[in-house]
Write a protein that binds this ligand. Structure first.
Ligand SMILES: [Zn+2]
Length: 128
């Protein structure tokens, strides 16, 4: 592995995608769709192997740097969705009108003044 790029986040995601596509294709009975899913799965495996063994580390690092912010956005979306689902009865979620940060407020009836801890903006919300 000397001089080779190795494994990174993008490779991990592509490997997971190929695994998921391979499993999904087992449950698809349309032959054309099944072949497409299998080929896509193999393409992702091939890309993962190519990137892992590549000697052009600079280019692979650049690809991973483009991928990372997308990965973080998707991960945060699922994190927030999970939290909303988990404490949906005890808390309410609002977006700060100023900086769009997610704010969690206890689910208590009445009018509340909410202050964003990120930017300091204050706004009113009524919980019924
Ligand atoms: Zn804010």
């Amino acid at each position: 592995m000397r001089g080779r790029y190795g494994f990174d986040e993008l490779n991990g995601t592509m490997l997971a995608l190929s695994f998921i596509l391979s499993i999904v294709s087992r449950f698809v009975f349309n032959l054309t769709a099944r072949i497409i899913l299998e080929v896509l799965s193999l393409v992702f495996i091939g890309l993962t192997i190519f990137r892992t063994l590549s000697r052009n580390c600079y280019q692979r690092q650049k690809e991973n740097d483009v991928y990372k912010p997308i990965f973080i956005k998707v991960r945060d979306f699922f994190k927030i969705t999970y939290r909303k689902f988990k404490d949906g009865r005890t808390h309410r979620y609002y977006k700060c009108p100023s900086c769009k940060a997610q704010l969690r407020v206890k689910n208590i009836k009445g009018t509340h003044t909410i202050r964003c801890p990120k930017c300091g903006y204050q706004f009113q919300k009524k919980i019924r």
